[in-house]
Design a protein around this ligand. Sequence first.
Ligand SMILES: *Cc1c(COP(=O)(O)O)cnc(C)c1O
Length: 383
Amino acid sequence: MTGPWIPFSKPHRARNELAYVEQVLASGHTHGDGPFTEQATARLLEIVGARAGLLTGSGTHALELAAWLLDLGPGDEVIVPSFTFSTTAASIVATGATPVFVDVDPRTASIDVGAVEAAVNPRTRAVSVVHYGGVAPDMDRLAEVAHRTGIAIVEDDAHGLGATWKGRACGTFGVLAALSFHATKNVQCGEGGALLVNDPALLARAEILREKGTDRSRFLRGEVDKYTWVDRGSSYLLSELSAAVLAAQLEEFDTVQAARHSIWDRYAAALTPWAAAIGGDVMSPPAGAGHPAHVFYVLAPSRAARGDLLDHLRGVGIGATFHYMPLHSSAAGRRFGRTPFGCPVTEDISARMVRLPLWPDMTDADVDRVIAAVLAFTPARIP
Ligand SMILES: *Cc1c(COP(=O)(O)O)cnc(C)c1O
């Protein structure tokens, strides 16, 4: 069962990435918004079926842009899940607004729509929905709550490229959606991201905030004869060198996704009965949520069993890992956020989750080894 280390994640090498990077260097246009930015953006919009998008230096930058575009400030609240990455909340804190932490749904590990509804108050401006592992919560119900209470939906779609809810692409539900191309995501360029702009009224300002507060994007299109400082802003562009890698990666999106899904399906088939037998669980997205095979996780029967399972897997050379620590009880979450109700599901899954290696170039033998290692594990005490 032991063998060479199988990492948790390993970026896919796309066929054209080196040639494209060379092309960028040869062209001299290494800064943002060159031809590869255009190519990658077009492909992204095609995959998601969104109208407009801007590449950014990271998913976090896209979230920050979204927070500024909503004109958040002190006194405003945005509802976020406790079970997520720090910057879902930190991007809100950057504007002076308050993240309000709510629990997640045990079936999706994504935001609990009932908790969102209960947390809305007159200060609430938006809800940030994280599709955990690309598994959307009930978006019909969330849209109904948002519409009725007059709050905006923003999607932290960092896991969700290729995900759907009832056939509609994740990334098209919010007024704004943030994608990430960090090295660990399904499509990667080291560090990178994109902001999808689904409300056309926000696009012009999005371009300005991303271009250091200037109207340089309009200048480059010949719409104004010089560019000046017109609004707040920062440097949120993606380097054309990174965009070249991203464009090459996106050319292979379909094959990468097919490979990931086949590994995910093998894990689910082999490990579902095992999990049931030991009183645990495996990731099982509800009908309606089309996941993008971004993660595959098991839930050990207890926190102690999770520790033992991780030790066991690492001991035989398998890079399994835990995931998010709850944000609501973190040092910064307590300092900057508000938590109106307990988040017991977040605490529970955070304590019991083990994510298995999942990357497109894993061999069948790698997958066999991971499965065999998991099946060989029995917790010390079945609760
Ligand atoms: C990866 C990730 C981000 C941030 O993306 P970066 O590109 O690393 O800045 C934000 N939210 C979630 C849920 C993520 O997984």
